[in-house]
Design a binder for this molecule. Structure first.
Ligand SMILES: [Fe+2]
Ligand SMILES: [Fe+2]
Length: 289
């Protein structure tokens, strides 16, 4: 990833004011805010609204890493929408296991979509010509040599197949992005490093490192996930991609931030797109943030 050159130098505007240089810097990075696992309940209205509203000044896009609700019931989604009511930057989301709990996924998705939340599980998203986002919920199965394999009972094979389907969906979404910078959003963890701190007995239920293969192969700039509330805030894939566990508890306790973590991604200078665009990649009208 190339660090952006000083735009004042490129434009020949020597001696630009500090304010101008700040604007130039802002133009050379994309600020990605991310949080998951705030688990809104029916009585949580107003708990996060003011904190989320600050994202308009602090970031260019807000990523929600799943477990927006406790049980995925419509009344809880109404609360989530209320908490997000003042957010004006694009909101991109994946659901978590808690959002599936009541079997209302379609209703949950409809409500979020109606608010303008972009569901990455349905299609990747290009914020501008530089930065695109791919995301899936992911699934569990464990890490390293102890990853569950598709052997034995049909139920076990189905379980592993669910993970592999998520990996393939992520791969396809990354391939559809035409942007040189790609960001990945998951609910389940793609590496073991960011679940460390949780009881070792539940590691297999917190993620699966099969998810890391497309992240590394497509050289994502950064990946975010949630779910491991008591894991570790940051880690790195074998290919060197930074990974952040943005479960709200980790954002608060490890990063010391009130609601979301903001990751600055330097924009490449005239970086060519490495992958051809395919139909269906949503782009905001006139977006060039
Ligand atoms: Fe959670
Ligand atoms: Fe979860």
């Amino acid at each position: 990833m190339t660090d952006g050159q000083n735009v004042a130098d490129e434009s020949g505007a020597a001696g630009a004011s500090f304010g101008r240089r700040r604007e130039d810097r802002a133009a050379r990075v994309v600020r990605v805010a991310a949080v998951g696992d705030f688990h809104c309940g029916e009585k949580d209205g107003g708990l996060y609204r003011d904190l989320f509203a600050k994202v308009n000044e602090e970031a260019d896009v807000l990523l929600l890493a799943g477990d927006l609700t406790r049980r995925g019931i419509p009344a809880e989604v109404e609360v989530v929408l209320g908490e997000l009511a003042d957010v004006r930057v694009p909101i991109l989301a994946v659901l978590g296991n808690h959002d599936h709990e009541s079997g209302n996924v379609e209703r949950v998705n409809d409500m979020l979509r109606a608010r303008g939340v972009h569901l990455l599980d349905e299609a990747p998203f290009e914020l501008n010509e530089h930065v695109g986002f791919a995301g899936v919920k992911g699934y569990m199965g464990g890490f390293g040599r102890y990853t569950l394999t598709a052997f034995g009972e049909q139920d076990t094979k189905q379980f592993v197949s669910t993970t592999l389907d998520e990996v393939q969906k992520l791969e396809y979404a990354l391939r559809r992005l035409s942007t040189p910078v790609r960001v990945v959003l998951l609910h389940y963890a793609p590496i073991m490093e960011t679940v460390m701190g949780e009881p070792e007995q539940i590691f297999p239920f917190l993620g699966n490192d099969r998810l890391v293969e497309p992240i590394d192969r497509f050289k994502a700039a950064v990946a975010f996930h949630g779910h491991a509330h008591h894991g570790t805030f940051s880690g790195t894939t074998p290919g060197g991609v930074p990974v952040f566990n943005v479960s709200m508890v980790r954002v608060r306790e490890d990063a010391g931030l009130p609601m979301y973590y903001v990751h600055e991604i330097p924009l490449p200078v005239d970086a060519p797109a490495e992958h051809a665009t395919e139909p269906g990649v949503e782009q905001p009208a006139g977006a060039a943030r």
